[in-house]
Structure formats: C-alpha cells, structure tokens
Design a protein around this ligand. Structure first.
Ligand code: KG4
Ligand code: ZN
Length: 335
C-alpha cells in the first residue's frame, strides 16, 4: 500500500509518500515547508496567513514529494490528510486540496487525527514499541499524557487546563525578547549551562492535570526583576536554564504520577517539545522507565506520521466520506 500523507494543521505544510508492506513500512520521500519567516514579525502564528501559505505551498510540496519519491498517481493506494485538531482555516486547506486530488485521481481518502498521528509517531520510529505505553504528547497546542492501549484505544491520564508545554517555552522565550519560533532558541541557550543562580517554583504538585499559568507568572516576575541584566549573556543563559528546568520538572513529575497510577513504564515522548534534549535525558533517568523517542524531524509536525497512521486505519476498512469537513476540536479519546 502506498500512501500520500498531507499535514496542514498549523504552520507547517508537509507531505510524505510512504509504503506499507507486510514486512514493515518505508518512507520514499517526505518534505516540510515551515512558515516561520511569515509569522516571525507577529511573534506567533497568524491563522489567516497560515491558511494562505498552505494554499500556496500545497501544490508545490505535493508535486515535489511525488517526484522525490519517483511515484505516479497510479502508484498510490490512498490519500491521508490531517482532519483535526488544529486551526480551522489551515485544516480546510489541506482537506479541500486532498479531496480534490482524491476525486481527480479516483483514490480513497482518510482523515487523520493529528494527536493520534503524534501518538503513533513513536511506533513509526520504534517498531518494537508494543501496547500498552504511556505517551506524553507535548507540542505548541497540546500537553497530555495518554495511556495507549491499542490503535484507537486511548485514555487521557492528564491534560493541560491552560497553556501547552510548547507555549510555556515560547511565551517565556518571548519575554526574553527571542523571536518566534522562540521555544527551541530558549532550549538551545539553556543547554549551554548546567546550573543557574535563579530558581523557579516547583509547579503542579497539587493539581490533577497540567497547568502552566503559575509558572508563566513566575517567569514574568523573574524576567522583570532581571530586566536590567538581560543583555548579560550569562544571566540570559541561566534564566533559560531555570525556565527549561521548571518546565521539564513539571512534565517529569506528571509522568511519574501517571506511571504510579497505571503501572506502565514504557514511555513515549512525542510532539515538538519532545525534541528537547533535557526532557529526553530526565525522563530517561526516571526509575525503571523504558524510553521511546522519535527522530527530531518526526517530533515536530510532519506528514510521515499522518501517512503511517492512515495505512493502519485504512487496513481496518476506514475511509473518509468526501462530504466530511475539518474537525478543529477533536479529542483523541473519542476516536
Ligand atoms: O508538534 P509541533 O511541531 O506543533 C504543534 O502541533 O504545536 O510543536 C511545536 C512546539 C513549539 O511550541 C516549539 O517551541 C516546541 O514545540 N519545541 C521545543 C523544542 N523544539 C520545538 N520546545 C522545547 N525544546 C525544543 N527543543
Ligand atoms: Zn503537532
């Protein structure tokens, strides 16, 4: 089975051609076009601009990925597209484009849940990873710990009540004057240090789910207090170190709670924030944990995970009715 995957849920236009065979799967080609430079002047993703960029980029990216894969339309068995959750206008671009391709080339189409695709990206990059496992989905829009019992069988163990972990990185970095996309810049500067004169409160000890609002306030107060020293490279790096430690500590604490509650020690880290080296190290160091991570290009948004999951769902006979629309809010536990 050869699948063309398309992902446009936020600010990345991505496409992939992937083959699934009895022995496993093979990625023939994958591409991601980032819109970072479009959104940088605004300090965050502007949904309308993101949708327009997808409209412009989709034909270029899809044409190129097909050529890179040396694939013809006749080689394809299926078109897979992210149906939700995400920015409505962005999802609609991907859906409309994919439906048009499917109708013209007489191919079946399947609509994929973006979070479920992240969850299975861990299995894509680690074929030995069996169910059940605990999956920390940490991205710019989502933070949740999911007990993955099988394909389509998920229980939410903890989810965020306000900001996502990626937003905590991005907003803290913005307070330090870093340009969008700022989270990875904060992480890179933090990694140049091994200690900090600053400390932030340990958060989320009481609550059930994740909440980053208290930490955000503490970071804002700390940055304000150090306003006059922000041009000092060491101070900046130590602030980044303290912020990264606080976010990573909160994620680890919640993972430990989830392990205790479920008795599951297989932990998968997925989503953009899972590219964070400090997080990978600290989760890997938790007692008895068996850690599964993805390649860095599969941590952030990509179309390979969409095509991979679609191949498995298509095998179960699933297809998208061409009249179905995007699902900007689509909780993974109802799948
Ligand atoms: O999964 P993703 O590409 O897009 C969404 O679905 O949101 O995640 C993007 C998020 C951003 O908030 C970005 O700051 C964060 O992932 N991120 C990181 C790192 N790389 C990306 N956060 C911390 N450390 C990193 N190395
Ligand atoms: Zn994502």
């Amino acid at each position: 089975m050869v699948v063309l995957g398309i992902e446009t849920s936020c600010d990345e236009t991505a496409a992939c051609v992937l083959a699934k065979e009895a022995s496993g799967f093979k990625i023939f080609a994958e591409l991601v076009s980032s819109q970072a430079s479009t959104h940088e002047p605004y300090g965050g993703v502007v949904p309308e601009l993101a949708a327009r960029e997808h409209l412009k980029n989709l034909p270029i990216i899809v044409d190129k990925v097909m050529r890179d894969a040396d694939a013809t339309w006749a080689d394809l068995s299926l078109i897979a597209v992210t149906r939700g959750p995400g920015l409505k206008g962005c999802l609609l671009m991907g859906m409309a484009f994919s439906k048009a391709l499917a109708l013209v080339h007489r191919l079946p189409i399947i609509g994929i849940n973006h979070i479920e695709a992240h969850i299975h990206s861990a299995r894509m990059d680690n074929p030995e990873l069996d169910y059940p496992y605990l999956c920390l989905v940490a991205s710019g829009g989502h933070t949740e710990i999911v007990e993955v019992k099988g394909l389509g069988s998920y229980s939410i163990v903890a989810r965020t009540m306000d900001d996502a972990a990626g937003e905590a990185f991005d907003k803290s970095a913005a307070l330090l004057g870093m340009a969008y996309p700022a989270g990875p810049k904060l992480a890179a500067l933090a990694d140049t240090h091994t200690k900090s004169r600053f400390s932030l409160p340990k958060v989320m000890r009481e609550s059930e789910g994740f909440s980053f609002s208290g930490l955000k306030t503490a970071v804002a107060l700390l940055v304000k207090r150090e306003a006059e020293n922000l041009n000092d490279g060491t101070v900046r790096a130590e602030l980044c170190f303290a912020i990264q430690e606080a976010i990573v500590d909160a994620l680890c604490f919640k993972l430990e709670q989830a392990i205790k509650r479920t008795g599951i020690y297989k932990i998968a880290l997925v989503g953009g924030v899972s590219a964070n080296e400090r997080l990978r190290k600290k989760v890997g160091d938790l007692p008895q944990v068996e850690l599964f991570t993805t390649s860095k290009n599969h941590s952030v948004d990509n179309a390979a995970m969409v095509a991979f999951l679609a191949a498995h769902r298509f095998e179960r006979g699933e297809k998208l009715d061409w009249r179905a629309s995007a699902e900007p809010r689509w909780p993974v536990e109802i799948l």
